[in-house]
Write a protein that binds this ligand. Structure first.
Ligand SMILES: CC(=O)SCCNC(=O)CCNC(=O)[C@H](O)C(C)(C)COP(=O)(O)OP(=O)(O)OC[C@H]1O[C@@H](n2cnc3c(N)ncnc32)[C@H](O)[C@@H]1OP(=O)(O)O
Ligand SMILES: O=C([O-])CC(=O)C(=O)O
Length: 374
């Protein structure tokens, strides 16, 4: 992609603060969490190790990791008033709205009364968000009140076990685990920045996360993985996909899952999730979604020098695991809550209220006109 003109729109290219949590390279490499390269984390770590890293700045040793996983498991249960509330939300609600409401209700039932509780609240949200989502999902879609306190000791395995009502395969568990690692943290993206702005007013953790969920929901940010699925599932062949996407480009439509505010050549998370999509597609005998996705990727590069971001191949990978499309962005929440809450803690540790200036482009001062004279 050509070098961008940075005219200040969208705060692009301007530093809005500092962080020790993550840095984002621009050319498709250099994405690190606390100094660890994303591809090494995706190869070797578990999501719980990554969450621990973000909260503590260092990887856990074996006993710290098993202690942390045990601790997160204790946070999977939901209080009865929250279940009652989730049961009122209709099946056609967007699950992102369910997570936003669930987080907010939890903030009423288990309020953060002091910043000394911030790690507990962060861990509680990590444990509870998959339960909130899937308790509502099963109740609203088939009237079933699922037990959220059973299952695998990884968040990925627990999520898939709750969703499908059976233990996941090792391959699916690992794919979701890797996906949670890829989605965990990304510096000053829109939803994290939302959380930090809220934190800068010394607000509570649930408010910061509730706002962040709202920001992630949009199709220009996390919502792109669902929009990418909506695109690729329309096609029954590569040729049909190419024709349609070419037409979209002529009409200057946005192709969801492509482009990035910071990366210029590629998104380093794409190659990782793409490999998983290929592997899972082969396992289910897919002849369409993966080839269609790959053809769109090539076309977008050839025609526009636009590359897949983290979201595009997540669509097919999640689909191959039998995950309903409307749960795609909520899974992003279940992961990114680690980054959001780590950023809230970092903001609080060295806080100044975030309040930029605006360039005024409105009317010059003018005199008041009485109602009768307008
Ligand atoms: C996990 C994540 O949140 S990753 C992002 C997920 N979002 C998406 O996939 C949505 C689709 N992508 C986009 O809308 C954009 O690429 C964004 C929001 C990610 C970044 O926005 P910006 O930084 O403003 O984009 P950028 O300045 O690089 O755009 C350059 C040009 O490419 C075009 N462009 C950028 N992305 C796309 C796209 N996906 N499809 C078609 N054209 C695009 C822009 O319209 C712009 O064209 P113009 O110069 O004629 O106006
Ligand atoms: O950094 C961004 O602007 C968006 C993104 O990729 C993310 O939040 O993971």
């Amino acid at each position: 992609m050509a070098e961008k003109k940075l005219n200040g729109a969208g705060l692009r290219g301007q530093s809005a603060g500092s962080t020790a949590l993550c840095t984002v390279g621009q050319s498709g490499t250099g994405l690190t969490y606390c100094g660890y390269d994303i591809s090494e984390l995706a190869d070797h770590a578990t999501f719980e190790e990554v969450a621990y890293l973000l909260f503590n700045g260092d990887l856990p040793n074996a006993s710290e990791l098993s202690g942390y996983k045990e601790r997160l498991k204790t946070f999977r249960g939901l209080p009865q008033p929250l279940k009652v509330c989730l049961e009122q939300i209709p099946a056609d609600a967007h699950p992102m709205d369910v997570l936003r409401t669930g987080t907010s209700v939890l903030g009423n039932l288990e309020a953060e009364t002091s910043f000394t509780e911030q790690q507990d609240v962060a861990d509680r949200l990590l444990g509870a968000l998959p339960s909130i989502l899937l308790y509502w999902y099963h109740f609203s879609h088939n009237g079933e009140r699922i037990d959220t306190e059973v299952g695998d000791d990884s968040i990925a395995g627990h999520f898939l076990a709750m969703l499908h009502g059976k233990e996941p395969s090792a391959e699916h568990r690992r794919c979701l685990d890797v996906s949670l690692i890829l989605y965990a943290e990304h510096e000053f993206n829109a939803s994290t920045f939302t959380a930090r702005v809220c934190a800068s007013t010394l607000s509570d953790m649930h408010s910061c996360v509730t706002g962040a969920i709202g920001s992630l929901r949009g199709p220009l940010h996390g919502g792109a993985n669902e929009a990418a699925m909506a695109l690729i599932e329309q096609f029954s062949s590569v040729e049909e996909a190419i024709d349609c996407v070419k037409g979209m480009l002529v009409r200057k439509d946005k192709i969801m899952g492509f482009g990035h505010a910071i990366y210029r050549e590629s998104d380093p998370r794409n190659a990782i999730i793409k490999q998983w999509s290929k592997k899972l597609g082969e396992a289910v005998g897919d002849q369409i979604l993966y080839p269609v996705s790959e053809a769109i990727e090539q076309l977008m590069w050839d025609e526009k020098k636009l590359f897949c971001n983290a979201d595009f191949f997540h669509a097919s990978a999640y689909n191959f695991m039998g995950i309903p499309t409307k749960l795609f962005t909520p899974i992003f929440v279940c992961s990114r809550v680690s980054g959001w809450t780590a950023h809230v803690m970092e903001q609080r540790a060295n806080n100044r209220i975030i309040r930029p200036s605006a360039d005024y482009i409105g009317e010059e001062p003018r005199s008041w006109l009485p109602l009768a004279d307008r």
